[in-house]
Write a protein that binds this ligand. Structure first.
Ligand SMILES: [Zn+2]
Length: 223
């Protein structure tokens, strides 16, 4: 009798542990990238990731790293068919990239993503085949995200190209609606200098991030 109870208790604990990380990297209420379009009969939406890269200084290194980070996300989450679209008009782009660190920002931070305004919206989770919605929940849509790298600081610290890619890819994660992941998960959303993590490919979205994207965006529509 006692043994049986212990076995059940262990099972419950394991389930709790395995279900924790999926929700641990979400804002509350959840945030979503706004420019999503239903992909026909497919169970995944398209993400039209419209980006602007007109706000850079003459240092072309940072612009190049930002572009590579956008494309690394697009390659990693191919299952949801993302489209990356260069939008020359910064006011209409959903993600605006820059290496100009505003002097009102904390000079010790390597990067920042400013997502605003946040629009309260309802998102519906569907059963497979886009049938009757299963659940509806209140979320926030990100209308626009400005992504900055602290060029002066990062040059002073001697950030490698991969560190710079990690920095931009992490901020793109915020634009897609994810928050920090400092719980030991191998994730692009871990804060810090990527090359100190001791992971391969630390500058690219990891398996966990692709799984988070799939869970977050699969079979969802909103009003
Ligand atoms: Zn962050």
């Amino acid at each position: 009798m006692k043994k049986k109870f212990v076995a059940i208790a262990v099972m419950v604990l394991m389930v709790s542990c395995f279900t924790l990380p999926a929700s641990a990297h979400e804002f509350s209420p959840e945030r979503y990238f706004q420019l999503l379009v239903k992909n026909g009969s497919n169970s995944m939406p398209n993400i039209n990731f419209t980006y602007n890269i007109t706000k850079f200084t003459a240092n072309t290194t940072f612009q190049a790293r930002a572009l590579e980070s956008i494309n690394n996300w697009a390659s990693a989450v191919a299952a949801i068919k993302p489209a990356v679209i260069n939008e020359p008009n910064a006011s209409t782009a959903k993600a605006i990239f820059s290496d100009n660190w505003p002097n009102t920002f904390d000079p010790t931070k390597p990067g920042v993503a400013v997502s605003a305004p946040l629009i309260t919206s309802t998102i519906y989770t569907y059963k497979s085949g886009w049938g009757t919605p299963k659940t509806a929940s209140s979320v926030q849509m990100i209308s626009q995200t400005a992504i900055y790298a602290n060029r002066v600081l990062l040059l002073n610290l001697g950030y490698s190209d991969n560190d710079l890619r990690h920095n931009y890819a992490h901020e793109i994660g915020h634009a897609l609606g994810f928050t920090e992941a400092n719980d030991g998960t191998l994730s692009i959303m871990k804060q810090g200098r990527g090359s100190t993590f001791g992971w391969a490919d630390y500058w690219k979205p990891r398996t966990h991030d692709v799984s988070d994207m799939t869970t977050k965006y699969q079979l969802k529509l909103w009003s």
